[in-house]
Design a protein around this ligand. Structure first.
Ligand code: 2P0
Length: 333
């Protein structure tokens, strides 16, 4: 294999149709339940890992600015994991550029750690197949394991009694789905979220009285969603996705202190999506760890629906379709 000192990779965010919300292992980032997502064809992150032998620290630039302490620590620890596996000591310069605001519930960490995992594994010659790469990306940010793959993706939680729990928890592309689906992101707010998803998830697991029910519902929703996608039954896909997302928010809102990502503008838009449905539109909402609302609908109707959502909210929208797997864009010596 050729040794490269500078490697660039691109990855896209993914939005879960059945959400990941709850870890059973904070260190290995092992979820309590499977989740199922769609990788988007918009909002990519591009990351270059440039090996810098002779330097004693890693350098991290995010959108041209040195990373804050927390982001620097997470990225250095992630590189340490790869260095410990490959026996390499070289420090690196990491340059990441995002096309959406970071930390606003637009899955920037999923795209970010997927691109970083691919670029860094290649630069350090870790020689990983896509499954192993998804396990590695998971260690950076759980949902990143799903952005290694394109289209529709399931993240297997793995069995709690697996002899090597790290090996049991990986993402896999679902190849039996031919549903034509669009997702409209309504960018209600692009500021950094008040509570990180990591902290919010932990607080929900440890304090929400609804958590056990949420977990049981999610465990049922993954196979139900897979079947609905396979049947190309958009109404069932939308129904399960919206109920699952609303259940996740209700569960975190019942934590102590409550985790509240939904704003009055989110609620207004959620109600509008329900009203559109009542008048016969095929629209279903989903939300992540932030105030932004995403709307599932048939692709042919997406431009018209996006225009209505933009008019109602007074905010920009972006239309996504199923997108590609993480990929290398350049390698140089
Ligand atoms: C998801 N989210 O399934 C869920 C739904 C947000 C809401 O995965 O702690 O950044 O790094 O594993 O992956 C966001 O959580 O959390 C997330 P960590 P991550 O997409």
């Amino acid at each position: 294999m050729k040794a490269y000192t500078s490697v660039t990779a691109i990855a896209h965010p993914n939005i879960a149709l059945v959400k990941y919300w709850g870890k059973r292992d904070e260190h290995l980032i092992l979820p309590m339940a499977d989740s199922l997502s769609m990788t988007l064809n918009i909002f990519p992150t591009t990351t270059t890992v440039h090996l810098t032998p002779g330097r004693t620290t890693d350098r991290v630039l995010i959108d041209g600015t040195p990373a804050d302490d927390e982001a620097h620590r997470r990225i250095t620890e992630f590189l340490d994991l790869i260095r410990s596996r490959t026996g390499r000591r070289d420090r690196a310069q990491v340059e990441t550029s995002n096309t959406v605001p970071v930390g606003a519930g637009l899955a920037s960490s999923a795209a970010g750690f997927a691109a970083l995992a691919l670029a860094a594994a290649t630069a350090y010659e870790a020689d990983l197949d896509a499954t192993a790469l998804s396990r590695l990306a998971r260690r950076g940010s759980g949902s990143a394991c799903r952005s290694i793959f394109g289209g529709f993706v399931q993240w297997h939680a793995g069995q709690p009694d697996h002899p090597d729990p790290d090996r049991g928890s990986y993402a896999e592309q679902l190849n039996d789905i031919h549903l034509d689906l669009a997702l409209i992101a309504v960018l209600l707010a692009t500021g950094r979220k008040p509570v990180s998803s990591r902290e919010a998830m932990n607080r929900t697991v440890t304090t929400s009285p609804l958590f056990t029910d949420w977990l049981a519902t999610t465990r049922d929703d993954v196979p139900a969603m897979h079947a609905a996608l396979k049947d190309a039954d958009l109404a069932r896909v939308g129904f399960i996705a919206e109920r699952n997302a609303m259940g996740m928010h209700a569960t975190m809102e019942s934590a102590t202190p409550p985790v509240i990502y939904r704003t009055p503008a989110s609620h207004q838009l959620l109600e509008h999506v329900r009203a559109m449905r009542r008048r016969g539109e095929q629209t279903w909402a989903t939300m992540d760890a932030g105030p932004n609302v995403k709307v599932l609908c048939p692709p042919a109707a997406a431009p018209r629906i996006a225009a209505e959502l933009a008019a109602v909210s007074g905010r920009p929208t972006a239309i996504a379709r199923p997108g590609p797997a993480a990929a290398l864009t350049s390698e140089s010596c």
